[in-house]
Design a protein around this ligand. Structure first.
Ligand code: SAH
Ligand code: AVI
Length: 353
């Protein structure tokens, strides 16, 4: 295995490494040994910017240190959190159709996390590649280096002919520097409705980047969470085991360790609700009293009034036709889309013109 500037591998559960595996794995670190924020400007500039504006906000990528990735995996298993199992069912049912539509391809995944759902696609593409004697290449990209590395080992174990080239870094940055493909075509995957965590402006820029990264004829496979009754949405982000609350609060603990901070997690409370007008879930951390927090490494003191909140995440809920129109406007022509029987989640395959 070739690992350059790899982050500390302290995510639990590494598979044992073998020589055969090493030749099929390469992990590059786009953060160049720095933390996530530093890849895209001054260290923590996005934190300073978010915490000094009114209302206060923080970028959702700061959820994902090792503990955050672990909590997200627990969220995916919650009875209230329907997106993961609904998208997984769609992929289980239609992965073969997707692979036949694109033909053999390298798979690039943005925000790959544990790559669990991706396995359905890897199964389908492996079959296609085996019948054409080609080797399947998978390029996971994620800011959370521990889970990326752990998942890469597990995949190598389970897919004996797969090669994995991981990139630890933001997908915004990775999209501008994807390695050349070894195959005639490429599919960029963006699953889990992580696109919903982008504001409309960020989403616009993001789709421009995806479109620029693809050669004509290549594909983009996107998972989107669809509009549905408010009660179902709000339950998914206010689970009865309080895992989502821990996930939200973990962002402060991540900032404390990254930037030598003193946020008191006991003095903030998780709050999530559906904003109908914007068609989005909003997750906030609400200050339980007037207080101040310091992030020493950023030379920043943040004052909070009692009940003041930090917006830590938006999770937009889409309309499938609207999303297909947005893709088309970016030169990504919809090829086919799939949904579940309740129309709760959609998967759209589009092709670069
Ligand atoms: N695709 C997986 C994981 C979704 S969770 C699924 O569908 O279950 C979102 C993932 O995106 C996390 O693993 C997180 O670490 C990663 N992520 C969040 N913001 C990112 C960014 N700006 N660049 C790269 N990865 C990011
Ligand atoms: C990764 N992302 C699409 C999840 C979502 O549903 O917006 C993150 C999450 N936040 C709370 N629960 C899950």
């Amino acid at each position: 295995m070739q690992v350059s500037n790899s982050p500390a591998p302290n995510f639990s559960g590494f598979a044992p490494e073998t020589t055969a595996m090493r030749s099929r794995l390469q992990i590059d670190n786009l953060l160049d040994g720095k933390v996530a924020s530093e890849a895209d400007g001054e260290p923590g500039a996005d934190v300073v910017c978010g915490l000094t504006q009114i209302p206060k906000t923080l970028p959702p990528k700061y959820f994902y240190d090792d503990r955050g990735s672990e909590l997200f995996e627990q969220i995916c298993e919650l009875p209230e959190y329907y997106p993961t199992r609904t998208e997984a069912a769609i992929l289980r049912r239609y992965a073969d159709d997707i692979a036949h539509l694109t033909g053999p391809a390298d798979l690039v995944e943005l925000g790959s996390g544990s790559s669990t759902k991706t396995r359905r696609l890897l199964d389908a593409y492996s079959q296609l590649h085996n019948s054409s004697n080609g080797h399947l290449a998978y390029l996971p990209i994620d800011v959370s280096g521990g889970i990326l590395e752990q998942s890469a080992y597990a995949l190598l174990d389970d897919y004996p002919t797969l090669s994995v080239r991981g990139l630890v870094g933001t997908y915004e940055r990775a999209l501008d520097r994807l390695p050349p493909t070894s195959f005639p075509t490429r599919v960029i995957l963006f699953l889990g409705s992580t696109i919903g965590n982008l504001t409309p402006n960020e989403c616009d820029e993001f789709l421009d980047r995806v479109s620029r990264a693809l050669n004509p004829g290549e594909y983009f496979l996107l998972g989107v969470d669809l509009r549905k009754p408010k009660s179902i949405l709000e339950a998914a982000y206010n689970d009865s085991q309080n895992i989502t609350a821990q996930f939200n609060l973990n962002m402060l603990s991540h900032l404390n360790s990254r930037f030598d901070g003193n946020f008191n997690l006991n003095q903030f409370q998780h709050c999530a609700f559906f904003n109908e007008k914007e068609s989005r879930i909003e997750m906030h951390l609400c200050s339980q009293k007037a207080q101040a927090a310091v992030l020493k490494n950023l030379d920043l003191t943040v004052e909070f009034a009692a009940e003041e909140t930090i917006l830590t995440e938006i999770s937009r809920k889409f309309d499938l036709d609207g999303m297909q129109a947005d893709l088309k406007n970016k030169g990504l022509s919809p090829v086919r889309s799939w949904t579940d029987e309740n129309h709760w989640f959609g998967v759209v395959l589009s092709q670069k013109q």
